[in-house]
Write a protein that binds this ligand. Structure first.
Ligand SMILES: Cc1ncc(COP(=O)(O)O)c(C=O)c1O
Length: 384
């Protein structure tokens, strides 16, 4: 991409120029006809990329708000639920359920590995009162994509609903929500959708709507029914994040024109390039963190050699090459770095990231990455 700065974190992701322009337009009446048109076109576009005919609700909040909405609309006080996780974001879903006092049965896998659908099945068998499963599809903290299709089959086999955080999988990977039977799927505008933060998209299946009728957890701002009712009138229950909506509306025009198969192929190519570039740095002791069989096509986590200072590595990439990557989260803070390749990204962008990484590592003395005294800033920063 043309910008000098390479923002390659797992979101927010860079905005195409046309999307930036759309986010900067004058405010409009959110109870007027133009808003109704933009809202309905945006919902239709999101629905197409989510491969669903179900209701898609646009909530003005970040992705975590969409996850909280899934919990409060599906569950009742005293409910038992299964939370499956292998990283920070899956654990967040469990933490939200915990905040509402639900009884949680955890199924986990080590960081970097994928969840085993059979173990989720065992948890349902052991806890037959649990009728809801919460999990994150693409674990951004480890760069692992779980087998959502098999996990959904398991949940349905046990008569449970499945609510999936698809925040960093949708609009990038193939996630056919209806075909896989995902009851509530949550995404967020600042990820592969090439839009700013501010909107959570939530797809709700007919079975999930049925559950909302009896779900008795307290809810107000996140009440799905309020969104469905308002959207039917071309409105939202409260003032929406208008700049994000106009940006997403514009981004969807670009994404729909590209087409989902091409979007998926582009993300696959960027991911493969990223993984190959990291593989080429094996002599520098960088290692792909995720189990290769489940490596994500939107985020690559890279394990650093013992003693390498992750913060310094990230600072040098930023200051000398304008390449912004993310650090590890939670247990992996300081041990891994994470490269986002979702949204407005191509394989060539990943080669630029790989080249910057190589250059930084080659100008570091062996052992812990450190700044040599008086080290000059590289030319790539000039004019930025
Ligand atoms: C997989 C996943 N789930 C949930 C979230 C939380 O989303 P937000 O920060 O938009 O609340 C993120 C954000 O990085 C994520 O990557």
């Amino acid at each position: 991409m043309s910008e000098t700065i390479q923002l390659r974190i797992p979101g927010p992701t860079p905005l195409p120029e046309a999307v930036r322009e759309a986010t900067g337009r004058q405010m409009i009446n959110h109870r007027g006809p133009e808003f109704a048109r933009i809202l309905s076109e945006t919902v239709a576009g999101v629905r197409a990329l989510l491969q669903t005919t179900h209701d898609v609700l646009l909530l003005s909040c970040s992705g975590s708000g969409g996850m909280e909405a899934a919990v409060v609309n599906l569950c009742s006080p005293g409910d038992e639920v299964i939370a499956a996780h292998a990283g920070v974001f899956g654990e967040r879903f469990a933490a939200i359920a915990d905040a509402y006092g639900l009884t949680i049965h955890h199924v986990s896998a080590p960081d970097g590995e994928a969840l085993d659908p059979a173990r989720i099945g065992e948890a349902f068998a052991a806890h037959p009162r649990a009728k809801t499963l919460f999990l994150t599809h693409n674990e951004s903290s480890t760069g692992v994509t779980h087998d959502l299709r098999a996990i959904a089959e398991t949940a349905h086999h046990h008569g449970a609903l499945i609510a999936a955080d698809c925040i960093t999988s949708t609009a990038a990977l193939n996630v056919p929500l209806d075909e896989w039977g995902i009851d509530v799927a949550v995404s967020a505008s600042q990820k592969a959708w090439m839009a700013p933060p501010g909107l959570a998209m939530v797809a709700v299946s007919p079975r999930a709507w049925e559950r909302t009728q009896t779900a008795a957890l307290p809810r107000f701002y996140f009440d799905f029914a309020k969104y469905r009712e308002a959207q039917a009138k071309g409105q939202t229950p409260a003032t929406p994040t208008l700049p994000t909506l106009t940006g997403l509306h514009r981004a969807l025009q670009m994404l729909i024109a590209e087409g989902l198969p091409a979007i998926i192929a582009r993300h696959r190519a960027a991911a493969e390039t990223c993984r190959a570039d990291i593989g080429d740095l094996a002599e520098r002791e960088l290692r792909l963190f995720a189990d290769p069989a489940h490596a994500s096509d939107t985020i690559t986590a890279v394990a650093l050699p013992e003693g390498m200072d992750a913060a310094r590595l990230l600072a040098r990439l930023r200051d000398e090459y304008g390449v912004i990557l993310a650090g590890g989260l939670g247990r992996q803070a300081g041990t891994i770095i994470r490269i986002g390749h979702l949204g407005h990204v191509t394989a060539a962008d990943m080669d630029a990231v790989g080249a910057a990484l190589r250059a930084v590592l080659e100008t570091s003395p062996p052992g812990p990455l450190s700044f040599a005294a008086g080290q000059r800033r590289g030319g790539a920063t000039s004019g930025r």
